[in-house]
Design a protein around this ligand. Structure first.
Ligand code: ADP
Length: 402
């Protein structure tokens, strides 16, 4: 031990004090000594200064060593204590150790070597104890902090849970509202369309060219509106989990051809081509026909809607592991790359201004994605602004039972 040790010797006998002091100085350790002659003196000194160790004569004039140890403990004075006992005090020594002394030493066995050993052991032990206590204290503080943070986190979690519940409730209400409103709007829409169809057929009286043009416009716009209402209704049904698969065996190629024919008139109106490129040997599939029809309607419909020159090409082919792929490629406006990730989210449109060129609810691709997932497939998109977009739908030839 290199540093100077500050040591207290408590003994009423001056000869004994000198003997211990001499022995301590002969240990070769760097030491500074303070002396006390009785318990009261020792307590006062220990309260005033801090020591690395105290040597304590067991028999003191005012109290015995055991009482002093207890008193120091009560006062919270922590110092390694080495009790010096007389001949035959071994039993006492055990009591002293139990009370909290670091060590004991018979006065008759005091030698510099023995003192040095006992002293260094006591100091090391006391320092180790203090370090452990400090570490324990820090651990307790950290624990308390963690506990507090945990409580805060728990209360935040509860708040978030509560907000989540409210949001779910609000979202449910919104879906219900959308479902009701679109359902209710479809009835008058059907009446408008029915009557304008009758008028367009010039029933009951013939129309002038201008009247015919107006009626055709009413019918056209009503059809667009109905498509949008159906999208909103479909979306709210899907959100409410009401999408039930109806699986059957059918010819995929025929379905693609029929759906393309249904939409061909829209392509013709814009002078666009609508090509089919079928590379499927076996057209038989076992999946939900209506889902695939609606996926095709949405993707081909978008292709035509967002293309002004060129057209739309539909490819159908088989990949590995009985997976089929439908591609819908257009030569239209394309989709900005920073928008591509959001494209399948509901109500997201690349152009969200009210003056946008193309009408729509922003639900078509969200519905399409849900439909693709319902038939256990996946949908991806490649697109370049002003060059066009290609949507790829991959799905199993046979949908597995849920
Ligand atoms: P809507 O067509 O009703 O706006 P969709 O969900 O079908 O809604 O499409 C969302 C948005 O994705 C569209 O508004 C458009 O910005 C973009 N988009 C979809 N398909 C195409 C396409 N083929 N070409 C360019 N943009 C497209």
């Amino acid at each position: 031990m290199d540093e100077k040790l500050h040591i207290l010797i408590v003994d009423d006998d001056i000869v004994d004090r000198m003997a211990i002091g001499r022995a301590l100085r002969n240990t070769g350790l760097s030491i500074s000594l303070v002396e006390a002659t009785d318990c009261a003196d020792a307590i006062k000194t220990l309260q005033e200064q801090s020591f690395d160790c105290a040597f304590l004569d067991y028999r003191l004039p005012d109290q015995d060593g055991l009482d002093l140890i207890r008193q120091l403990d009560e006062l919270g004075i922590r110092v390694p204590l080495i009790v010096l006992t007389g001949q035959g005090d071994e039993q006492l020594a055990v009591e002293i150790m139990k009370a909290g002394a670091s060590d004991y030493l018979a006065k008759s066995k005091v030698t510099p070597e023995r003192l040095s050993q006992v002293l260094q052991n006591a100091v090391r032990l006391s320092r180790a104890e203090r370090a452990a206590e400090l570490a324990n204290q820090q651990l307790r503080t950290t624990n308390e902090q963690l506990l507090r943070q945990n409580q805060e986190l728990e209360s935040q979690r509860q708040q978030i849970e509560c907000q989540n519940k409210k949001l779910i409730e609000a979202s449910k209400l919104k879906s219900q509202f959308l479902a009701t409103i679109s359902h209710e709007l479809r009835t008058p829409m059907n009446a408008i369309m029915g009557f304008s169809q009758l008028l367009r057929e010039q029933y009951p009286d013939p129309l002038t060219a201008q009247q015919l043009d107006m009626v055709s416009r009413i019918l056209n716009n009503s059809q667009n509106l109905l498509v949008m209402l159906n999208e909103v209704l479909d979306f709210s049904k899907i959100e409410a989990g009401h999408l039930n698969l109806r699986v059957s065996d059918f010819d995929l190629v025929k379905l693609v051809q029929l759906t393309a024919e249904e939409l061909r008139v829209l392509a013709i109106q814009k002078s666009l081509f609508l090509d089919l490129d079928i590379r499927l040997q076996n057209p038989e599939v076992h999946t939900d026909q209506d889902c695939i029809r609606r996926i095709l309607m949405n993707l081909i419909g978008n292709g035509i809607k967002f293309t002004e020159t060129g057209g739309v090409r539909i490819t159908v082919q088989a990949l590995e592991n009985d997976t089929l792929e439908i591609g819908v490629q257009d030569t239209g406006v394309g989709i900005p790359s920073d928008y591509l990730t959001a494209i399948f989210q509901p109500f997201r449109q690349a152009d969200q201004t009210l003056t946008r060129l193309h009408p729509g609810t922003g639900l078509g691709l969200a519905i399409t994605k849900s439909l693709v997932e319902a038939i256990q497939g996946s949908i991806t998109v490649d697109s370049q602004v002003n060059q066009g977009s290609t949507f790829w739908v991959q799905f199993p030839r046979r949908v597995s039972p849920p």
